[in-house]
Design a binder for this molecule. Structure first.
Ligand code: COA
Length: 334
């Protein structure tokens, strides 16, 4: 492969789509389910309501397909030209087979290969790294990256420290060779597996296969050590973003938008403060969607796509189970 040629291929986001289910689960609704209140939830997390996919027969693939179809319709994409589909998710339809393969067939992407990517709340950020690399290398021309999670399927609605945070949703972006000089610029990615028990679904994998014990103990639900996650997320999301800015000689003033994973408003605020960003540059949807895990970042892009201008400097940052985290830098190409 001609290295000089491939170096010149810049990956860009050329299309965006999103979907959230209609049903709203408000803080007031949660007050009737667990011992909590609107004031506590808003002040600790910034969340007022989240969306829930109520239909038990519909899974994460439904959300992902809706988001992909929104992208295809809005940007007039021929699905048979898509080379690869990646679905970042912690709530695949089934452990086997890949949700992405089902999504590909459902949207008519009959020339695509497809797989799932698991990196919890950093799933979309990691997926952007993978997608951009496929384009940069010259190997593929159209990569559809979807972040989708039906968090309501793994949340324990008797655990008040967790059930208030998460919601369901999906977002999608298309990566292609950039039509201009803008696109993927740089990234800073990290992980720390020694903290894997701090944010986890303990059972259902090879460590604790499903048994009466795992069922009786609720090990199939999402569990988090809230304080530990908070502490790490605040320091690592900010650190990764700061390192990335430094490496690219960028000041907070030069950044047009921070597109942060919506873990908790206080975590995002801490990152924005460390980068010296004013509020209007920090994209947020946590108050009305909650934390939709792999979907927060593409949903932010979808909700704000009409505001972006060619050449805008976007910084993405995420933190999630694993632990996984990082930040990336992209200039908007369309
Ligand atoms: N409603 C009311 N009170 C609640 C509550 C709720 N939903 N959940 C916990 N509390 C109580 C606690 O029991 C505790 O009471 P106590 O002092 O009598 O023991 C008190 O509120 C403070 O709890 P604490 O855990 O210290 O709250 P916190 O400020 O750390 O906030 C989280 C809790 C979960 C919101 C916070 O830790 C957090 O956001 N962590 C990160 C979670 C996250 O982002 N996960 C996704 C990662 S991508």
């Amino acid at each position: 492969m001609n290295l000089e040629r491939t170096k010149q291929i810049k990956a860009a986001i050329t299309a965006v789509g999103g979907y959230v289910p209609e049903t709203i689960l408000s803080n007031q609704d949660l007050e009737k389910m667990v011992d909590t209140n609107d004031e506590w939830i808003v002040s600790r997390t910034g969340i007022k309501e989240r969306r829930i996919l109520e239909d038990p027969e519909k899974a994460t693939s439904f959300l992902a397909i809706e988001a992909a179809q929104d992208l295809i319709a809005t940007f007039n994409i021929d699905s048979t030209t898509i080379d690869l589909i990646i679905v970042a998710t912690v709530t695949p339809d089934m452990p086997v087979a890949a949700t992405a393969a089902y999504v590909a067939s459902s949207i008519g992407a009959n020339q695509a290969f497809a797989y799932d990517l698991s990196a919890a709340c950093s799933g979309f950020l990691y997926g952007m790294s993978t997608s951009a690399a496929y384009i940069n290398s010259g190997r593929y021309k159209k990569v559809l990256l979807i972040g989708a999670d039906k968090m309501s399927s793994i949340v324990d609605y008797t655990d008040r420290t967790t059930c208030i945070i998460f919601g369901d949703g999906a977002g999608a972006v298309l990566f292609e060779p950039s039509p201009n000089e803008f696109g993927w610029e740089d990234e800073y990615m990290r992980s720390n597996g020694t903290e894997r028990m701090s944010l986890r679904i303990k059972a259902g994998g090879s460590l604790y296969p499903t048994s009466q014990t795992t069922l009786d103990n609720g090990w199939h639900n999402l569990y988090q050590e809230g304080k530990t996650v908070f502490k790490y997320a605040v320091s690592e999301m900010a650190e990764a973003s700061e390192q990335l800015l430094k490496r690219n000689n960028l000041s907070g003033e030069e950044i047009d938008y921070l597109v942060p994973h919506q873990a908790n408003k206080r975590i995002v605020d801490a990152t924005a403060k460390r980068l010296g960003l004013s509020d209007e540059k920090v994209l947020m949807n946590i108050s009305y969607y909650g934390n939709t895990t792999a979907a927060t970042i593409p949903l932010l892009l979808n909700d704000n796509k009409s505001n972006f201008k060619k050449g805008n400097k976007l910084i993405f940052a995420a933190f999630g189970g694993g632990f996984t985290w990082g930040a990336s830098y992209l200039t908007w190409a369309i």
